[in-house]
Design a protein around this ligand. Structure first.
Ligand SMILES: Nc1nc2c(c(=O)[nH]1)N[C@H]1C(S)=C(S)[C@@H](COP(=O)(O)OP(=O)(O)OC[C@H]3O[C@@H](n4cnc5c(N)ncnc54)[C@H](O)[C@@H]3O)O[C@H]1N2
Ligand code: MOO
Length: 579
């Protein structure tokens, strides 16, 4: 093991240990809001109604019940904390003692005993004048025996690592949008319009009754046709009059009225629609009187009120949402011209991975195969296959070179271990390395390569949260460009508590929204853990050096908290590979 390897291992071990470390600051007080909203974006709607993991989290895990306070107290006792954290006694069922406190943030565990300085007393900034050739030492006040979270990496070790924002930009700029394609309406959801959506018809396409009642011509009282006769004094017709979906009715002359249904074509000559509750029929069902004044055009939706044929309804680049499908159908479309979905193939690497059952004999369950397919689809991709490939360089080479996908996403094998074959395979394939390592935790070994013109490989690290980090850092911007999706407007939220930073790298920390516009960091954010992000609304971007309590952090939405588009059952069939 080289010094660098040792440092990296130390680094990783420290992150994991610290993520597990108990938090003693939260035995009372802060309770999850019962109504959790996504923070407002500058240009966003005031309220976003959405399916939100945190909504049920808020209901079901709404802060410790009395017995939880005890659990939280125990958790604060340091030694007992880990088991208390790791094995909540009752699980996250409604009304159980599952402890919300267990998810409270203690990124890089700020204090495990009360005698340490308060967060505010400590600087999380790196040493402003580090020794030459050494990254700044973290200035932290954790247990003396806790390893520092930053390895003494040689500068050249991270020389090629790209800063986090630059890596996202590089991924977004690495590609061009895919060609457009014509899709039936039912298959265009989640894609983007490759052309503006221009109305193919006026909407409404004829003067339409907005109410059930009578179409009337001129001032009342009005004559009713005999077939529209209604019982004296009631608005209940014994005849149907003009119904929706019928051809134009005979014109009305001044003083005429005829029964009409909501959505029916208003006959020529009609000047208003009198609602059934505002009309009285007299004279043996042949005379209609209004019980209140009606104005010219009342309750008639005039042709073209919403749009004229040829009007631009939506610009190119708009995301096809369910509502866009409805609007397109209303405006006369059977199919839409949209940017092609990027075709993505997922290669899950690792001999140790099981696809069913409990971990055994050093083998573990594949957490990324089940996660990546739906997530990639939510990002607008068509996932053509998820394959499991053993730790075999030939198998990986064959799988990558045989793939016809626009983007190959690999998991694992990005580091420099004995069976980490991604880098050698890319070299063998003559791929162009666009991003080789990113200054981000977790996930720093992530990579992006161009396999051939228009074909890419995103290498996600094997640790599950590191893979999610790579997905959001490299795959999301790349897929966004390929599918010509608009970039979500950036927004920030205030952190409810300080987050310890990495001195050099950006950190991505799972958060839940609180008080509408604040982000509460969650625990269980170690690189190998999904427990924190499973309960999260978003990831907060913590800059090198950390963020103070109340500081505004950039927020990365999770696709289902923002768009909710494209999440569906996996209909692809994974093939090949080892179990
Ligand atoms: N000498 C060094 N070693 C490591 C470094 C380093 O800088 N120097 N970085 C560490 C970090 S950070 C990460 S992240 C990992 C990335 O490693 P790989 O991308 O090569 O991933 P693997 O070694 O294949 O796996 C890492 C870890 O994740 C587990 N894993 C892999 N795939 C899955 C999956 N589909 N589902 C669940 N878990 C998975 C695997 O069993 C390992 O435990 O490298 C560190 N090492
Ligand atoms: O531990 Mo690794 O930081 O990239 O997940």
């Amino acid at each position: 093991m080289t010094d660098r390897d040792a440092d990296a291992a130390l680094d990783r071990a420290a992150e994991e240990a610290l993520a597990l470390f108990a938090d003693d600051r939260r035995t009372s007080g802060d309770r999850r809001e019962s109504h959790v909203r996504r923070p407002q974006r500058a240009s966003d709607l005031a309220e976003t109604v959405r399916w939100n993991v945190a909504d049920w989290a808020a209901e079901d895990w709404g802060g410790p019940a009395p017995q939880d306070a005890h659990a939280a107290d125990s958790a604060a006792d340091g030694a007992s904390s880990r088991s208390a954290s790791a094995t909540p006694s009752d699980g996250p069922s409604k009304g159980s003692s599952f402890n919300d406190e267990l998810f409270n943030s203690d990124p890089f565990s700020e204090a495990a005993s009360g005698d340490r300085p308060a967060a505010d007393d400590r600087s999380r900034r790196p040493d402003p004048s580090p020794e030459p050739n050494r990254p700044p030492e973290p200035n932290r006040t954790t247990e003396p025996d806790q390893p520092a979270d930053v390895p003494n990496e040689a500068p050249e070790a991270r020389a090629h690592a790209t800063p986090w924002h630059a890596a996202r930009t590089a991924a977004a700029r690495a590609a061009q949008p895919l060609p457009s394609v014509v899709r039936p309406l039912g298959e265009a959801l989640g894609q983007t319009l490759a052309e503006p959506l221009a109305a193919l018809t006026d909407l409404p396409s004829f003067d339409t009754s907005a109410m059930d009642g009578w179409a009337v011509a001129g001032p009342g009282p009005w004559r009713l046709p005999s077939e529209n006769a209604t019982p004296e004094g009631t608005g209940t017709s014994t005849g149907t009059g003009i119904l929706a979906g019928h051809a134009e009715a005979a014109p009305l002359s001044d003083g005429d009225a005829v029964r009409i249904a909501t959505g029916a074509r208003v006959p020529p000559g009609a000047t208003a629609v009198l609602r059934s509750e505002h009309g009285k029929v007299r004279g043996e069902g042949r005379e209609l009187y209004a019980s209140r004044h009606i104005t010219q055009g009342q309750d008639i939706r005039p042709r073209g009120q919403e749009c004229r044929r040829g009007d631009a309804l939506l610009p190119a680049g708009a995301l096809v949402t369910p509502v866009v499908l409805g609007l397109a159908a209303a405006a006369g479309y059977d199919e839409l011209t949209v940017t092609s979905r990027p075709r993505v193939e997922v290669l899950v690497l690792g001999d140790e991975l099981l696809r069913a059952g409990l971990p055994h004999d050093g083998r573990i369950r594949d957490a990324l195969g089940p996660l990546l397919g739906p997530w990639l689809r939510a990002l607008g991709a068509e996932v053509v296959a998820t394959r499991h490939v053993g730790d075999d360089p030939e198998a990986l080479h064959t799988a990558v070179s045989a793939s016809t996908a626009d983007v190959v996403v690999t998991t694992g094998g990005t580091a420099a271990g004995p069976v980490d074959h991604v880098h050698p395979t890319l070299r063998r394939l003559g791929a162009e390395q666009l991003v080789d390592g990113v200054q981000v935790r977790p996930g720093h070994p992530m990579l992006l390569a161009r396999l051939a013109p228009g074909r890419y490989l995103v290498g996600l690290p094997g640790n599950p949260l590191a893979a999610v980090s790579g997905l959001l850092t490299l795959a999301e911007p790349l897929l966004r460009t390929l599918s010509a999706r608009p970039a979500p407007p950036p927004y920030r939220a205030r952190l409810t508590e300080a987050v310890q930073g990495h001195p050099v790298d950006t950190r991505l920390i799972p958060v839940v929204y609180q008080h509408g516009d604040r982000a509460r960091p969650l625990r269980f954010h170690g690189p190998a853990m999904l427990r924190g992000i499973a309960a999260a609304d978003a990831l907060a971007v913590v800059p090198p050096g950390g963020a103070d309590q109340g500081a505004e952090a950039e927020i990365l939405d999770l696709p289902w908290t923002a768009d909710g588009i494209g999440i569906s059952a996996d209909t692809t069939t994974g093939t090949g590979g080892t179990p």
